[in-house]
Ligand binder design. Structure first.
Ligand SMILES: [Fe+2]
Length: 303
């Protein structure tokens, strides 16, 4: 089974701005460059977990999912292959670029690329936050954080992500504005969420969780200095209990900066349906209302 969200990659014409945005605002560590000049960010001792590649348009490129070991990776790749997923094995240069031992990749029904890996390289005691921080990022056995995709059909998406890939449903939020499913693969309440947006596919946000409330508060203090807009005000989610703020980035996707997310125990977990996303806050700002909700494409314009 998949054990963690391990890394993510995007392309953007403004990729270079993440050299400032990543360390100065998020508190990530600048972690060298990829072979194409990609800006790499680390949020713990894993050598890097976020890559911004140069590109002509803002694009979601890949999500990397960590498996326990090579036996699990190969068995899982075989298993989803038998269910009709076309699995490709990454060559040596791709494994070297991602700094993993082995890699297999496939696309979801709408072309979102996922990479299955094991053995991502970490350098002990290498993480230094890019700005003053009291704590650091919550990773460890909860992985990088979470990613949220927009999909044209939640029924079709659930058939792929849950029934074939094995993501475990945490809960749903359904009301007149939302139809979202949340999935866990470890203790983190969700490493993946899928939001229905008829006719579209996209990447909405990446969530990074701080281990100290002060580091979240400090990020909010630093927004203006870093020319960054709030997309949803500080609030607390009903399902994962995360206290968080949603902010813009140089590259259309949003980042949710959170603190205090719920850890779930899969053995006793029962999925609920909520009718509100938040107990309080998370108000959409004017900037959010006037911009696209992430990197989205109409499905009739997919390559
Ligand atoms: Fe989120």
């Amino acid at each position: 089974m998949i054990q963690e969200l391990s890394y993510v990659g995007f392309a953007s014409p403004r990729f270079d701005e993440w050299r400032e945005y990543g360390p100065n605002l998020l508190g990530a560590k600048l972690a060298g460059e990829g072979p194409d000049g990609a800006v790499r960010l680390a949020i713990d001792d894993v050598n890097y977990r976020i890559a911004l590649h140069p590109g002509e348009t803002d694009e979601f490129l890949y999500a990397g999912w960590g498996m326990a070991n090579e036996t699990d990776l190969r068995a899982y790749a075989d298993q989803i292959g038998e269910r009709g997923v076309v699995v490709h094995w990454g060559d040596e240069s791709l494994c070297k670029e991602r700094e993993v031992a082995e890699l297999a990749w496939f696309c979801d029904p709408w072309g979102l690329r996922h990479e299955l890996t094991w053995g991502k390289t970490a350098t002990p005691n290498s993480f230094q936050p890019g700005r003053v921080m009291r704590g650091g990022f919550v990773t460890g056995d909860q992985g990088l954080g979470h990613v949220v995709f927009q999909v044209p059909s939640l029924v079709e998406a659930n058939a792929f992500y849950a029934d074939i890939l094995g993501f475990r449903l945490s809960d749903r939020i359904i009301n007149d504005h939302f139809n979202v499913r949340f999935y866990h693969i470890n203790g983190r309440h969700h490493s993946l969420a899928l939001a229905e947006l008829p006719g579209h596919v996209g990447f909405n946000h990446l969530m990074l969780e701080y281990s100290s409330m002060d580091d979240l508060g400090r990020a909010i203090d630093l927004l203006r200095r870093n020319n960054t807009e709030i997309m949803q005000t500080l609030g607390r989610h009903t399902n994962d209990l995360m206290t968080s703020v949603y902010i813009g980035t140089p590259s259309s996707l949003q980042i949710e900066l959170g603190y205090g997310g719920l850890v779930v125990d899969d053995l006793s977990w029962v999925a609920r349906t909520y009718n509100k996303p938040s107990y309080w806050g998370h108000r959409y700002t004017r900037t959010a209302m006037e911009s696209a909700p992430g990197i989205i494409r109409p499905i009739d314009q997919l390559p």
